[in-house]
Write a protein that binds this ligand. Sequence first.
Ligand code: HEM
Length: 403
Amino acid sequence: MSTAATFQALRTEEGRRNPYPHYAALHATGPVAPLTGSYAASVHGYDAVCRVLRDPAFRVLDAERLSRLMPSWQEHPSLTVLMNSIMFTNGDQHARKRRLITREFTARRVAALADTVTSQVDRLLDGIAELGASGAQVDFMKEFAFPLPSNVIGELLGVPAEDRAWFQPHVTAIGAVLDAGGDSKYPPADKAAAELSAYFADLVRQRRQDPRDDLVTLLSAAGEDEDTLTHEELLSALVLVFNAGFETTTHLLGNGLEVLLRHPAAAKRLREQPELAAPYVDEFLRLEAPAQLTTRWTAVDTEIEGVAVPAGSTVLVLLGAANRDPARFPEPDEFRPDRADNAHLTFSAGAHFCPGALLTTTEAQLAFPRLLARFPGLALAGEPVYRSQLTLRGHTHLPITVA
Ligand code: HEM
């Protein structure tokens, strides 16, 4: 099959559902393939992906690039909020904003959330136990994988519990502007961005008057000097943390559970040896990355592995394919939590490496052993229903029984 045909197959419903045979076909042709159309190349070999992610010539989508693609973008609050955030900023501005955010979002802060995560996990497991007591089907996504990360990020930021349910549809609407599709996504996304910004502006005001031990307080308490996020940057940072940290973690939980349910011997081992949670979670992340791809654009003529990338073009960076590169991971399609040196690229690499990696892995490492211990009869209760996207790959429904 030609590379063009492989990409055509990847774009179908079935290809998004199961991209892995197509990734294998790409690896057979080499680490980088030239493309025609929106992207100059597909970068999928492990070493090539590492190189692109670490090379400053390859930039994340930013205001400069968007101005060329969509001159009217500033009319959309959803896009102005996103473009002000670190995920869509490069170079010195990115380094400045990222330093100001990550100096408050520390390993100590994540460690301090561990007890809260544990009690949230147990509370959600109680709910599942009640719903599934008589053998009834329970949707793991609805009852666990969506509420857990939303509550944990809510705790981290300091969003009151009663406001958190309101966040999910808003965050989803903003995220939708990054997916393919027509202009109909903008009105709901713009409304959501305006409402979320207003909400955070109000929360920032409250925390400045009445400081608490949360990220909103810490990020908004910094002085008025230049070593501070501007008000717009602060609001963008808060919206982005919710946006980037919520559904990605949801799909780590859903994807990881499906792997366990399809590998009963491995599930039994983790039930007996909960101390193996860290390598299990890493292998879930490698095998079933919640975010399968990202992109980079370049303002200068360059190349990767001999494939020309002209100035002004964008490349597709297939993180999920790099994780299954047979040259890097022996038997890449196998679930093997014992792998040595499991340095997957699910959290990206280089300047934009995910700052939420520790929080999300901590959540998953606490959640899976408790779930297995609580429900010895945990089983899949029907065919899971999947989202049909590679940008965010996971389930909409994952039916289980627990009794
Ligand atoms: C399984 C869960 C998660 C996955 C798979 C994931 C994945 C990623 C990836 C791939 C990137 C970089 C994209 C690129 O290089 O183009 C990224 C960036 C980011 N992530 Fe995560 N993420 C997860 C959880 C979280 C959490 C829990 C938070 C926050 C609490 C978070 C906050 C961010 C932020 C703020 C960025 C932008 C960093 C920058 O551009 O400098 N993520 N994430």
